[in-house]
Design a protein around this ligand. Structure first.
Ligand code: HPA
Length: 248
């Protein structure tokens, strides 16, 4: 079973034959919404809208633990593809570019970011998971192959900076992230990827660059939200096609 977590602009998959929806409770509270089970092509999938089906949950309030727990323990998903929109920092990653990142830098804070808190269902266990390669190599390869099959050019080498949000960054923050080695910036990549690793589910992300990051190119003085909406509307179909191909 393939799990898909959809981000901004992707709250449903029109090509998905929906079989049922299931409201799940977890030891960590409620996921962002009901799990939607169905098929895309010949693949069984379970879909979850990260920000809720009405896009009401901001990035810092997403219950990442409940989402991952529900997909792994309730839906029995065996792999997880995350879809997210990001800002582009690197010069070749402008609006409309599709990116399959290979690394993460985590700048988030104050989020519940582990299943191994020292209490709850894992009481008494101190666990340090390996996170050297935060994304699953085989799942990334499959996403890249699917992209190639539909003729989609993707950037497969990019460091994702995970920021706290919900505000966008200052130009100086973006310059700092760039100095750190970041190529794209988003608000939801962590703790999602870390929790997926803790839960033992292979995880990869496919990101659509929605805008130039703050202080870059046509975002030199401000980021225009109308432009973001337009890019998402125009380009998310390409991300959808890659995932549909992955399921074929
Ligand atoms: N910054 C952070 N998150 C984002 C951006 C951005 O510029 N664009 C889309 N998600």
């Amino acid at each position: 079973m393939l799990a898909i977590i959809g981000g901004s602009g992707l709250t449903q998959f029109s090509s998905m034959d929906i079989v049922r929806r299931e409201v799940v409770r977890t030891p960590y509270g409620e996921p962002s919404g009901a799990l939607t089970f169905g098929r895309i092509g010949c693949q069984d999938v379970v879909f979850l809208a990260r920000h809720g089906y009405g896009h009401t949950i901001p990035p810092h309030r997403v219950n990442y633990r409940a989402n991952i727990w529900a997909l792994v323990n309730e839906a029995k998903a065996t792999q997880l593809v995350s879809v997210a929109s990001v800002g582009g920092i690197r010069a070749d990653l402008g609006p409309g570019v599709v990116v399959i990142p290979h690394q993460i830098i985590d700048y988030t804070w104050g989020r519940s970011m582990t299943f191994f808190e020292g209490g709850g269902e894992n009481e008494g266990r101190v666990v340090h998971v390996d996170f050297t390669e935060p994304y699953d190599g085989a799942l990334r390869e499959r996403l890249m192959a699917a992209a190639a099959r539909v003729g989609e050019v993707v950037s497969d080498h990019a460091v994702y900076a995970a920021t706290q949000g919900p505000r966008l960054e200052t130009a100086a923050e973006i310059t700092r992230f760039e100095r750190d080695g970041a190529d794209i910036v988003g608000m939801t990549g962590m703790p999602e990827a870390g929790l997926a690793r803790e839960a033992g589910i292979p995880y990869a992300a496919i990101c659509l660059v929605a805008n130039w990051a703050a202080g870059r190119a046509d975002s030199t003085h401000a980021i225009r939200f109308d432009d973001i909406e337009a890019v998402l509307e125009q380009s998310l179909g390409r991300v959808r096609r890659v995932i549909e191909q992955l399921c074929d």
